[in-house]
Design a binder for this molecule. Structure first.
Ligand code: UD1
Ligand code: MG
Length: 470
């Protein structure tokens, strides 16, 4: 590995006209993360001195979307006011790099790794192989052999098979168009050499752009050895220029993630029908059925079963949890042996201790349920704590909102709340209490007492049912 400082330059200034979108191309998403976000995160794994992102089209939107990024302080946003080509874009970042830049290291050159924001699946292992190749050449390219090279820059080689240049699709003659070794767009160069080469690039080509790719021919002409590496898989260098390619790369990425889970001992009923959009870990012997979306930071234990059509966002599920179909879980923590659904909705702040049972059409929010508590049907439990082994009957509602403020319901352990009761918060129900079905509870219920508040049943003798008028 070369011990020069590493600077990354990410090209993200283009409009991406072929997307036909108001959103800048680099903010379109793969697995819930922007294309640029994927590239930045891979680059960060190399621990570079700095990442310079060249922005132009929609630049404020692009910059704002990274305001909350954990490594925002390592990002140097460089503006390219006019999109005059990839070479011109890199030139905008060079003043910040190397001997005459403020973040270069006194008089020494740096390695400059240039990435394009529309090639999102690139792996950091491939990038670090490129940086390693810099110990023997001032220029390294990432190239790939593909079946259909249409639209991409072609790698030209001389009689001795050494890389001699890159010719763009639009500038290539018919012989060159037959070449199936393509430029991934990812190039690494010595900063001082790069400055010299780029100063010689002209826009004398079909697109009248300053091509970064022209530095390859210039380096070759000056007698430099040029390293060409391939990625482990061509998926890594698949670029996105259209919505169709966006969907194809999404499926490539999802297939890769599903494979990783299966390698870790998870059963996935259909790898083509699962979507992981974030940082997801699943323990072995868990089974995930079709149409499940796992989003944000999700931690799932061992031997967990997730039935079809469930969405789990930013949540933790301990071992042996069962999630029945059509359940939505967000911002929640589920203990071991918990059972939820079908059709349950756990909203943020839900904490279920071991062996809790949440049944169909139950909604919880900011609710802590202790070991073995049960809410089996059609209830709303919000801003509440529920003690262990308490049973909440069908259709019970914690009335937590008075139209202006939220209030808390505190329910002890071994409580039985009869069906169709309303608990008007703030209110407390002590351990062992029983609430008769259909009660509206507005004041504290003491331990082990029965509270009941409903009209007494009457029976009317001699009553006749009305008959239909003719
Ligand atoms: C580029 C390469 C091509 C390679 C392909 C791989 C050049 C001239 N061509 O072509 O050899 O096979 O990538 O995907 O480099 N950008 C700017 N400023 C500009 C122009 C572009 O920041 O003035 C950015 C774009 O936002 C994009 C990247 O550079 O992220 C690549 O530009 P794009 O127009 O997509 O180039 P390609 O035609 O794909
Ligand atoms: Mg492109």
């Amino acid at each position: 590995m070369s011990n020069k400082p590493l600077h990354v330059v990410i090209l993200a200034a283009g409009k991406g006209s072929r997307m036909r979108s108001d959103l800048p191309k680099v903010l379109h998403q793969i697995a819930g993360k922007s294309l640029l976000g994927h590239v930045i995160d891979s680059a960060l794994e190399l621990n570079p001195a700095q990442i310079h992102v060249v922005v132009g089209h929609g630049k404020d939107l692009v910059i704002d979307s990274f305001a909350q990024h954990a490594w925002n302080d390592r990002l140097n946003w460089v503006e390219q006011t006019e999109q005059l080509g990839t070479g011109h874009a890199v030139s905008q970042a060079l003043p910040f790099i190397g001997s005459d830049g403020d973040s270069g290291s006194d008089g020494k050159s740096a390695n400059v790794l240039m990435l394009t924001a529309d090639v999102p699946l690139i792996r950091s292992s491939t990038l670090s192989a490129m940086v390693s190749a810099m110990s023997s050449s001032p220029l390294a390219l990432l190239t790939a052999l593909v079946d259909d090279p249409f639209g991409l820059g072609r790698i030209t080689r001389d009689e001795s098979a050494a890389v001699s240049g890159i010719v763009e699709q639009k500038d290539a003659n018919s012989e060159q168009r037959k070449i199936n070794e393509i430029n991934s767009g990812i190039i690494c160069a010595d900063s001082e050499q790069l400055k010299i080469w780029l100063s010689q690039v002209s826009n004398d080509n079909v697109q009248q752009e300053f091509y970064l790719t022209d530095v390859v021919g210039l380096a070759y002409a000056a007698g430099n050895p040029i390293a060409a590496l391939h990625p482990d898989s061509n998926a890594e260098v698949t670029g996105i220029n259209s919505r169709l390619q966006l969907s194809q790369v999404e499926r490539l990425f999802q297939a890769e993630q599903a494979e990783q889970l299966m390698n870790n001992g998870v059963t996935i009923m259909d790898p083509a029908r699962i979507d992981l959009r974030g940082d997801v870990e699943v323990g072995s012997d868990s089974v995930i059925d079709v149409n499940v979306v796992l989003q944000g930071r999700v931690r799932i234990g061992r031997n967990v079963t997730i039935a079809p059509n469930c969405i789990i966002i930013d949540s933790i599920l301990a071992d042996n949890v069962t999630v029945h179909s059509n359940t939505v879980i967000e911002g929640s923590e589920l203990g071991a042996d918990v059972n939820v659904g079908p059709f349950a909705r756990l909203r943020p702040g839900t904490k279920l201790a071991d062996k809790v049972k949440i049944g169909n059409f139950v909604e919880t929010k900011n609710a802590q349920l202790d070991v073995g508590a049960k809410v089996n049907h059609l209830s709303y439990v919000g801003d509440a704590t529920v003690g262990s082994n308490t049973n909440i009957g069908a259709g019970v509602i914690t009335c937590n909102y008075d139209g202006a403020n939220k209030h808390k319901t505190t329910i002890g352990k071994d409580v039985f709340v009869g069906s169709n009761s309303q608990l008007v918060a703030p209110v407390e129900i002590e351990d062992g209490a029983t609430i008769g079905a259909g009660s509206t509870i507005t004041t504290k219920v003491e331990a082990n007492k029965l509270a009941i508040s409903r009209g007494k049943q009457r029976q009317i003798d001699g009553w006749t049912r009305p008959t239909k008028a003719r």
